[in-house]
Design a protein around this ligand. Structure first.
Ligand SMILES: [Zn+2]
Length: 321
């Protein structure tokens, strides 16, 4: 079995205003990584369109209707100060939802070893009833709820190592004991949520880091907070909100992670998935706004998912097998 990667050209048509960090070049950088010979054993899948039914697993009907009615035919429509729709945005967001659910289907049916959704816009800031922080629909939360409703899973976990707190996933999971949300993120930073005392019904685990923190603090947060809680939760599927903006080069965050740290975190989560759920992982791309940091992070993350180990993509010793 191979690692599946879900893409769709609609991600290249989601335009944002000049200077906006969540830009088309991000997904071009990701496409360049997965097209390299190191990744030839990936199985490529095109994202199907997400459905209203899938979106309503996590979002209110009002929010869904608002996204449909706000989508512009040309120019930009602002959902908040930083969350922008162009003519290409809604199709991309719908494909991201469909791809996340298709990835869950492929992993849970045993067709894929694990899967990565390489799409934009990201999703983890989108709450049940509102778009925010570049996000329209919450792919990670929808994927978790899809795994329950379509595949009968009892317990699904989302682990989020984006530099920003996934307030949207936390909001959607808040009162459901059978959904786990664990996050490392910089605090204080947008969106302002994510303190340790935000615990939901004992199912939310926030491990905030401070500006300047790097490998040691990140590993401590994972090893002392996220991973023990995840182990006790006994997930039947792990969904990763894989943001790469905790990279030291990223312009929006001030954490100091490098490629090896993303590889380490991925391998830790794979170990947990091996122990509890036959290795079942679906990873969805969230942030990452420095193109080199994003490409490097995605590269090692995918290598870990593919091979259970990861070397830097510049490392000559690495051969695809
Ligand atoms: Zn982020």
């Amino acid at each position: 079995m191979s690692t599946f990667v879900y893409t769709h050209p609609s991600s290249l048509a989601h335009e944002t205003p000049s200077g906006h960090p969540e830009r088309i070049d991000r997904i071009r950088a990701v496409h360049q990584v997965i097209a390299s010979p190191l990744f030839k054993s990936l199985t490529h899948r095109e994202c199907p369109l997400g459905t209203e039914k899938q979106i309503l697993l996590a979002h209110t009907e009002e929010h869904y209707r608002h996204m449909l009615s706000t989508a512009p035919e040309s120019g930009f429509e602002y959902l908040d100060t930083s969350t922008v729709m162009s003519a290409g945005t809604l199709p991309a967001a719908l494909r991201a939802v469909g791809g996340a659910c298709a990835a869950v289907d492929a992993v849970l049916k045993g067709e894929a070893k694990n899967a990565f959704l390489a799409m934009r816009p990201p999703g983890h800031h989108a709450e049940a009833s509102r778009a925010m922080g570049f996000c329209l629909f919450n792919q990670a939360a929808i994927a978790a709820l899809h795994a329950r409703s379509q595949h009968g899973l009892a317990r699904v976990a989302v682990v989020d190592f984006d530099v920003h707190h996934g307030n949207g996933t936390q909001d959607i999971f808040w009162s459901d004991r059978d959904l786990f949300y664990g996050s490392t993120h910089q605090m204080p930073l947008y969106p302002g949520t994510g303190s340790v005392n935000e615990t939901g019904v004992g199912n939310i685990f926030n491990a905030p880091l401070k500006a300047g923190d790097g490998r040691a603090e990140f590993q401590t947060a994972m090893e002392n907070v996220i991973l023990p809680a995840l182990n006790l939760f006994e997930p039947e599927l792990i969904i990763i909100s894989a943001g790469f903006d905790a990279h030291i080069r990223d312009p929006l965050g001030s954490l100091e992670l490098v490629e090896e740290d993303f590889a380490w975190a991925t391998l830790q989560l794979m170990d947990m998935a091996d122990h509890h759920c036959g290795g079942k992982i679906v990873s969805v791309l969230e942030g990452g706004y420095d193109l080199q940091g994003l490409a490097g992070g995605v590269g090692v993350h995918l290598q870990a998912l593919m091979h259970g180990r990861a070397l830097n993509i510049d490392d000559e010793e690495f051969e695809d097998d």
